[in-house]
Design a binder for this molecule. Structure first.
Ligand code: F6P
Length: 370
């Protein structure tokens, strides 16, 4: 049985991180008599002048509804080198330094809360012999082997509310409103919020769109007496025959970030349809603030289960939701592929059945009437 476990949060924040930290501390100290040490700023807190602090039950009081992470977070940091050609494997010395520090701090095992980037680092720690359990975090819901990552459903609520609000202003002004949501190369947030928020068009990376097909849907709605349209675009959505659109981060050291598809569609669509069009980028509002009830519950279950997994010696695993049960899966499998929207999946079919367009090249095939 491990005496002292470390916990850290890596990558972009997501609603529910603090709820997981709370559940880990309560379960580890209350059920298993372990000590919990919080590592600050992701894996970076294990390098150089290490940044750690002990977490007691008193330290996690009131954390359940709190957004962000009390431990701080970092993107891959020094564990991944940014080169002119993209990302490269980190030198062995960085891992060696972290492993030495883990033993100096008497940390027997780690609970790592993160998305694909952070859990890829966790998988490497597992490979070199550090006992690790991962907890799947990301608003993007793009981790394989789990049906849900915590944070996703809260982000969905926020995007859906934004779509509700855009409806009334779009209708009042007879406009097209485009909402850009996050998700990297996966369209989960756009797809689910588009269905929940009654969008007319959903643009996702998995189904390259044609501007003419989107314009066709907008015109058809006008002809049918609905003089406004709502479009939700995933930041990674791509027009057929074009490249994805990235923001200028202004920092050559940082990986480029997706963004700008809504503004691009606004200009193009206005030119093609002649219809007044506005766009909104929802951005980090999707990540900040309180987790909803579902994410608090999921985060708490994941947190408690991750400690149980460590206690049972199930190292190198990630807790995951499958068919309503929280189980463990190998971390290496969870990070092997990004989970994207299956183009022939049930949600896409549901959207099409209810008249939502994906602006797809072969859209006519799916719609009897627009
Ligand atoms: O992975 C989570 C996420 O919010 C993505 O949806 C988005 O592309 C990215 O992080 C934004 O990263 P940053 O916070 O570095 O701008």
């Amino acid at each position: 049985m491990y005496k002292t476990i470390g916990i850290l949060t890596g990558g972009g924040d997501a609603p529910g991180l603090n709820a997981v930290i709370r559940a880990v501390v309560k379960t580890a100290t209350g059920q298993f008599g372990m000590r919990v040490i919080g590592v600050e700023d992701g894996f970076e807190g294990l390098l150089g002048e290490t940044r750690t602090r002990q977490l007691s039950q008193a330290d996690v009081r009131g954390l359940l509804p709190r957004g962000g992470t009390i431990l701080g977070t970092r993107n891959r940091g020094r564990f991944v080198e940014h080169t002119a050609g993209g990302l490269a494997a980190t030198s062995k010395e960085v891992y060696d330094e972290a492993v030495n520090n883990l033993s100096r701090l008497n940390l027997d095992a780690l609970v790592v809360l993160g998305g694909e980037g952070t859990l890829t680092i966790a998988a490497e720690f597992d490979r070199i012999g550090v006992p690790v359990v991962g907890v799947p975090k990301t608003i993007d819901n793009d981790l394989a082997c789990t049906e849900l990552t915590f944070g996703f459903v809260t982000a969905l609520d926020i995007a859906t509310e934004a779509l509700d609000r855009l409806h009334t202003t779009a209708e009042s002004h007879d406009r097209v409103m485009i909402l850009e949501v996050m998700g990297r190369n996966a369209g989960w947030i756009a797809l689910h919020s588009g269905i929940a928020g009654g969008a007319d068009v959903i643009l996702i990376p998995e189904l390259p769109f044609s501007m003419e097909s989107v314009a066709h849907k907008v015109r058809a709605r006008d002809q049918g007496g609905s003089n406004f349209s709502i479009i939700v675009a995933a930041e990674g959505a791509v027009e057929a025959g074009h490249e994805q659109i990235f923001q200028d981060s202004g920092d050559k050291e940082r990986a480029p970030r997706l963004g700008g598809i809504a503004q691009y569609c606004r200009t193009q669509l206005e030119a093609v349809t002649g219809k007044e069009t506005r766009c909104v980028v929802l951005g980090h509002l999707q990540r900040g603030g309180r987790p909803n009830a579902f994410d608090r519950m999921l985060a708490t279950t994941y947190g408690a289960h991750s400690v149980r997994a460590l206690a049972e010696g199930k190292c190198g695993t990630m807790v995951a939701l499958q068919a309503g049960d929280v189980i463990t899966v190998p971390i290496s499998e969870a990070v092997a592929n990004v989970k994207t929207v299956p183009p022939d999946g049930q949600m896409i079919r549901t959207a099409r059945d209810t008249g939502i367009s994906f602006g797809a090249l072969d859209e006519g095939k799916y719609q009897i009437s627009l």
